[in-house]
Design a protein around this ligand. Structure first.
Ligand code: ADP
Ligand code: ZN
Length: 635
């Protein structure tokens, strides 16, 4: 990918008509989009006019435009370059490549450039040829970089600072980066230069940290709705995770690109291998792989169609691939922020996408233990436990998942109609009695003089199974032996999961032996009512109804319902796009999104003018590709 994008001169803005009109003009002409989304226009107005902004917007909602449009406007107004601080190299490469396709002069400075390339970028920057320069925080704070900024600033050629992934400045966030703390220096050194800080995940605590640490007290805040309506949330109980995943992939995402998150490196490798053996094109990604392999796998994921990336959370930040059709979690994330950020990587293009997670008893136990065993201080642990609890409540919820997710981010909403619980309201059962039985059985174990037992044995005793272990410990003589034979094993696991999730029971030691927390007393006394989901295993066949439902396979790619002739044109356009992407050495979606191609196939424009009217076709792309597209459409 070229470090410096095409330096094609951008014509001056349309003059009259006010700031809004100028911004719209850039949106139409450069990006080819008909309208701003949500709060974008207000943000662009604030920043282009030289004000500061703090932007909270969910992943995929369109943060980049919020600084790219002001950057172009301010550059056109003779105010020089925008410096974008971003933590990840992949994001810089992606964005600079995409901007090149749009004819916007952008570049990045990072460790992937050799000395000559870096010096060329620096020369371009100082000469005012760049609209946007991307750099990592540690680079921005070097004396060499600051000297360049000084030189620009003296000449009034420092247009804007954009601080992406601003939550990295907060220790309470989940991606803390110490280098971000130094960024307040930018404001101290260049108080006149406007700043825009952007993040997709920030609870109240993190938000306050961003304002404090980046000295954004006077910035206007723009908080968008966190809803991602095109993402369907599904959380299933883990029974046979690999088989469940495979069924999900085959039934709903055959041939789609997606990400499967696992907690450990080993599990990533195992899962990727296993999926490949099952005929799914899957690649591994985790921090333990060497740089070359990691980069190659990531590049393939971005450039090829229909690859599944099996990864730890080391993968994904700054990945802007718009056509990720699903994000699957085989393990429970740490908290809702993480879950929402990871699942938010699905469906950036606005087309239907899935967030699917399998979760079980072991997840609850593991996550609790990881917090307990960590070196952190008590305050931090308490905070982490609170966050985990919120995620567990989401997983166990029988109401709308989205309502809970949005409530977590402080946003009230109503049932969404596009999550598993809305589409297939789960049956519930009154598990109060069962919970009491389980607790008293755990209690009896201890009373009996034993050190405690794990979940498997507990369920055996409750169900009255005479296993070797039961005999060995004389547990068939316990008063609780067989008192729960009428409750299925899956249901018992659900009861235990819930009791652990609610903190009434905890698992200790290497063997995860169960013990009662103080709060268990209230449950034993019958003061706490427990209403549980009937395990999905007992509701087999649920998936079929859903596939037949309104947002099933039919409205996947191609994104719009196309008749046969249009579908053939769509296929021809995709083939053409693959060629063009290869020729320009960029991912296919950088040339045009699926949605744009589908709209071309449907509307079948016959002239360049008509083609320019399609969303996603800006003037540079019209020049570069217009004739070729008309030919494909005419063919
Ligand atoms: P974020 O950084 O918030 O995750 P992006 O900036 O990557 O989101 O934008 C997500 C997608 O939405 C991109 O593919 C972008 O081109 C598209 N997009 C953003 N704003 C608009 C708009 N006003 N009209 C049409 N598409 C848009
Ligand atoms: Zn819902």
């Amino acid at each position: 990918m070229p470090a410096v994008a095409a330096t094609a001169a951008i014509p001056p803005a349309a003059g009259r008509g006010g700031a809004d009109a100028a911004a719209l003009q850039v949106l139409h002409e450069v990006f080819g989009f008909p309208a701003f989304r949500g709060t974008q226009q207000a943000i662009v107005g604030q920043v282009a006019a030289g004000g500061d902004a703090l932007v909270l917007m969910p992943t995929g909602a369109g943060k980049s435009l919020c600084y790219q449009v002001p950057a172009i406007l301010r550059h056109r107004a003779g105010r020089g370059a925008t410096v974008v601080v971003s933590p990840l190299i992949a994001l810089m490469h992606d964005q600079v490549g995409a901007l090149a396709e749009l004819g916007v002069a952008a570049a990045f400075l990072n460790s992937t450039l050799d000395g000559d390339e870096a010096r060329r970028v620096e020369r371009d920057l100082l000469a005012g040829r760049l609209v946007l320069l991307y750099a990592a925080p540690e680079r921005v704070l070097t004396p060499r970089f600051l000297a360049m900024l000084d030189s620009l600033d003296e000449r009034g050629k420092l247009a804007l600072f954009a601080i992406d992934e601003a939550h990295c400045v907060s220790q309470w966030g989940h991606d803390f980066r110490a280098e971000y703390l130094g960024l307040s220096a930018l404001h101290e050194r260049y108080p006149e230069v406007p700043r825009i800080a952007l993040t997709a995940t920030a609870d109240a605590h993190t938000r306050a940290d961003i304002v404090e640490r980046l000295a954004l007290h006077d910035a206007r805040r723009f908080v968008s709705s966190f809803d991602r309506p095109n993402i369907r949330y599904t959380i299933v109980e883990k029974t046979d995770p690999k088989a469940q995943l495979l069924r999900f992939l085959r039934d709903e995402h055959d041939g789609d690109a997606g990400i499967v998150y696992c907690q450990s490196r080993r599990k990533v490798e195992e899962t990727a291998e296993w999926l490949s053996a099952q005929g799914v094109s899957a690649l591994p990604y985790h921090a333990g792989l060497d740089t070359t392999t990691r980069r190659r796998n990531q590049d393939r994921f971005l450039r090829e169609e229909g690859l599944v990336m099996v990864a730890t959370i080391a993968f994904g930040m700054g990945i802007d691939k718009p056509d990720v059709r699903f994000v699957a979690h085989l393990d429970l994330p740490k908290n809702i922020e993480g879950y929402y950020q990871e699942t938010g990587r699905a469906g950036r293009d606005g087309l239907p996408a899935d967030a699917w997670m399998a979760y079980g008893l072991a997840d609850v136990v593991n996550q609790r233990r990881m917090i307990d065993d960590s070196e952190a201080d008590e305050t931090f642990k308490r905070l982490q436990r609170g966050k985990l609890d919120a995620l567990l409540a989401l997983a166990e919820a029988h109401g709308c998942r989205r309502v809970r997710l949005l409530a977590y981010f402080g946003e009230p909403s109503g049932p969404c109609g596009n999550c598993d619980n809305c589409l297939q309201p789960p049956a519930t059962w009154d598990a109060t009695e069962a919970a009491r039985k389980a607790l008293s059985c755990i209690y009896r174990f201890r009373q009996h003089g034993d050190s405690g037992f794990g979940a498997g044995h507990l369920v055996d005793v409750l169900r009255g199974k005479t296993t070797d272990k039961v005999r060995q410990h004389g547990h068939e003589r316990l008063s609780t032996f067989g008192i729960g034979a009428d409750v299925s094993e899956a249901q018992w696991r659900g009861v235990l999961r819930q009791l652990i999730a609610l903190g009434h029971v905890y698992a200790e030691g290497e063997w995860h032996t169960l013990a009662l927390a103080d709060s268990a007393r209230a449950v034993l006394r019958g003061e706490v009512r427990l209403e549980l989901r009937v395990p999905s295993d007992a509701r087999r066949g649920a998936g079929n109804a859903r596939r037949a439902g309104k947002a099933g396979k039919a409205d996947k790619a191609p994104p719009l319902p196309l008749d046969d002739a249009a579908a053939a044109r769509f296929a021809a356009l995709k083939a053409w796009r693959a060629e063009a992407a290869r020729a320009h050495n960029v991912p296919a979606y950088v040339v045009f999104h699926d949605a744009t191609l589908a709209e071309m196939a449907r509307a079948r424009p016959a002239t360049l003018d008509a083609l320019a009217g399609i969303s996603g076709v800006g003037s540079k792309k019209l020049d570069a590709y217009g004739e070729a597209i008309l030919q494909v459409l005419a063919g």
